[in-house]
Design a protein around this ligand. Structure first.
Ligand code: GUN
Ligand code: ZN
Length: 439
């Protein structure tokens, strides 16, 4: 313990909550830790430990003497929120009226993404989106760029400047889209490789191979994407799967030799650890089982699925079958940057499927569940010793409605549920990244 005073120490006081397992699958005692009045101790930006405020004396006196202190008494301290699927390049077309998926893509999305050929559009949007993610308490996200490599450069540069753990990739799309947002199989492979060389593993950044979805890629492009994923042990993959009925029928026409939608991705080697697919609503039993067995994750995007009329994700069934599931805003198909609002919609979707998503399980989903879905749980997602010190401070009385309701709660679960349903970004009092307050 004698080297400790040469490190930078931060001791944070507040109500500390973090998860060790999925509360839907494990008993309370194994699934979460809650300290009503506790401390979180970080050294050089990494979690050292947590404890009850009463037991502060467990931290050696020389450390306490040199530590910085942050008093968030009475506020809730949680690991940074994890958005497992969002399109930063759609920030300017979120809330576009009236379409379902395929028309929405053609009428609004592709034209909006075409603007990202200009680096200044990319830089301005990246700065705005990263600012807003932090304001909403999101410290890690799996992010889609446009087809243009410069869109990824802009996002990665902005995330690196703030020291964030972020995933991003350039959309690969070589058919069924306008020429302004179309690449070729060969060029998409080269551009993705250049971006991997430039960004993957730099500071806390990772590259995600991003074939947009099966309909906008030729078999040649999907094969190149699969080869890239197989080329290194730590690259990620993101795409879309079984979001909309017409999309599913179209994929069956385009890939007649494949058994189902997931089989297209399986055929090209795009399933397995560190792969995550948005939506996954209209899946067969076979696809669900295959995702579970291969470790292929699903991103649950409730605001998007309601907004685009896509359907109701079967969270209970997917989690029960062992699929890694994360929660996601899916901006701009989704309607909010807020993971809190997204959690409220996840609750409503699960109600419509006759399985109420419990408040503890919900907050697991927004933190450790997301980290696991992205295979980043060795770095982020909870306050186990050695984890990176990304955390948020939530004010439970941020609005009069919340304060009034909170006064009438008795249990942690009741407070978390009121926060889920009534809360939003107004509750995010502070966002810390590697122990530095950056919002
Ligand atoms: N499927 C293919 N591209 C997209 C997209 O940008 N958003 C959504 N929600 N679904 C997609
Ligand atoms: Zn998406």
């Amino acid at each position: 313990m004698n080297t400790q005073t040469s490190q930078t120490h931060l001791i944070v006081r507040g109500s500390i909550l973090h998860f060790l397992q999925d509360p839907g699958l494990y008993p309370d005692a194994e699934s979460y830790r809650y300290l009503d009045d506790g401390y979180l101790w970080l050294a050089d930006g990494y979690v050292r430990t947590t404890g009850a405020w009463d037991a502060l004396g467990d931290i050696p006196a020389p450390v306490r003497n040199v530590a910085e202190w942050a008093d968030h008494s009475g506020q809730l301290i949680l690991p940074g929120l994890v958005d497992t699927h969002m399109h930063y390049v759609q920030a300017g077309m979120i809330a576009s009226f009236g379409c379902r998926l395929l028309d929405w893509l053609n009428d609004y999305t592709f034209p909006a993404e075409a603007a990202f050929t200009h680096p200044e559009v990319a830089a301005e949007t990246a700065r705005f989106v990263v600012d807003r993610l932090l304001a909403h308490g999101t410290t890690t996200a799996s992010v889609f760029g446009s087809v243009h490599p410069q869109s990824v450069d802009a996002f990665m540069a902005e995330a690196q400047r703030r020291g964030l753990r972020m995933l991003c990739g350039k959309a690969m799309m070589d058919r069924h889209c306008p020429p302004e947002v179309r690449d070729t199989a060969e060029r998409s492979g080269r551009d993705s490789q250049d971006l991997i060389d430039r960004w993957h593993g730099k500071d806390r950044l990772r590259y995600t191979i991003t074939p947009r979805f099966a309909p906008t890629s030729t078999p040649e492009q999907l094969a190149i994407a699969g080869q890239l994923y197989q080329s290194r042990p730590d690259l990620h993959v993101q795409s879309h799967l079984a979001e909309n009925d017409k999309e599913v029928a179209w994929v069956a026409e385009l890939f007649p030799d494949q058994r189902d939608y997931l089989d297209v991705y399986e055929h090209y080697g795009l399933t397995g650890p560190r792969t995550i697919y948005g939506h996954c609503i209209h899946l067969t039993e076979r696809e669900q089982l295959a995702m579970s067995q291969s470790g292929t994750a699903a991103a649950f995007c409730p605001t998007s699925n309601l907004f685009l009329g896509s359907g109701l994700f079967d969270y209970y069934g997917m989690a029960k079958s062992g699929v890694r599931v994360g929660l996601a805003t899916d901006v701009g198909g989704g309607t909010s940057f807020s993971m809190i609002r997204t959690l409220a919609e996840a609750y409503k979707v699960s109600q419509a499927r006759h399985h109420a998503l419990s408040p503890l399980r919900g907050w697991y989903l927004a933190t450790l569940g997301g980290a696991r879905a992205l295979y980043l749980e060795e770095f982020i997602g909870n306050f186990e010793p050695g984890r990176e010190g990304d955390f948020i401070v939530l004010k439970l009385d941020a609005t009069p409605e919340l304060a009034f309701r909170m006064d009438r709660t008795r249990t942690l679960a009741e407070r978390l549920f009121a926060l889920t349903i009534l809360g939003d970004e107004r509750c995010v009092a502070a966002t810390y990244v590697m122990g530095q307050r950056i919002h």
